[in-house]
Design a protein around this ligand. Sequence first.
Ligand SMILES: Cc1cc2nc3c(=O)[nH]c(=O)nc-3n(C[C@H](O)[C@H](O)[C@H](O)COP(=O)(O)O)c2cc1C
Length: 189
Amino acid sequence: MNDNKLLYIPVILGTVRKGRMSNWAARLVWQEAAKHPKVETELIDISELPLPTDDAGEANKDAGFAGKMDRADGLVIVSPEYNHGYSGMLKHVLDSCLKEYIHKAVGIVGVSAGPWGGTRVVENLLPVMRELGLVTIFWDVNFSNVHKVFEADGKLRDQAFLPRIDKFLKELIWMATTLRYGRQSVPLT
Ligand SMILES: Cc1cc2nc3c(=O)[nH]c(=O)nc-3n(C[C@H](O)[C@H](O)[C@H](O)COP(=O)(O)O)c2cc1C
């Protein structure tokens, strides 16, 4: 494929909770994604999206967010684990779009206070991703005991996360590249 256009892969910070530790995880993954020469990225903080809470689904479509999802080749979703699930606000935001996601790649980053690194929230997001038309990769990043991973100011304590994030992003870039080729060149019959 001779397509030199950068892949646009925004990182979605999937909680509005005050004091959210997922903020540090999202910023780290976003900064690492920005280092990849094939990637254009930005951090989308769902707390900054002006979505109404008295309606649901595409009735809530926000032009700014929908435009970014339409342009995206892939997504990183950074999700804390809340009672083994995802935050209601993340789902509320994701539900505001549909066709914008189809045949795009997605990688999920789980964040938890406990020892399992959000593995349960990652599993719980998979059927949602499928219904949205997103294509999941088989690598995740799991921030377990997240309060120990970052300093209070967000500085990374455990450098072992960097090669894991790199592996995750390389797989996501491969999938996003492949799916962009498919969207552009393989007809749906
Ligand atoms: C409503 C709620 C439910 C939670 N449930 C879990 C859980 O099931 N498993 C877990 O490891 N941590 C749980 N936590 C802790 C979060 O994973 C922890 O706050 C972590 O820092 C990620 O969330 P944050 O980005 O909001 O900080 C829960 C936190 C909240 C607010």
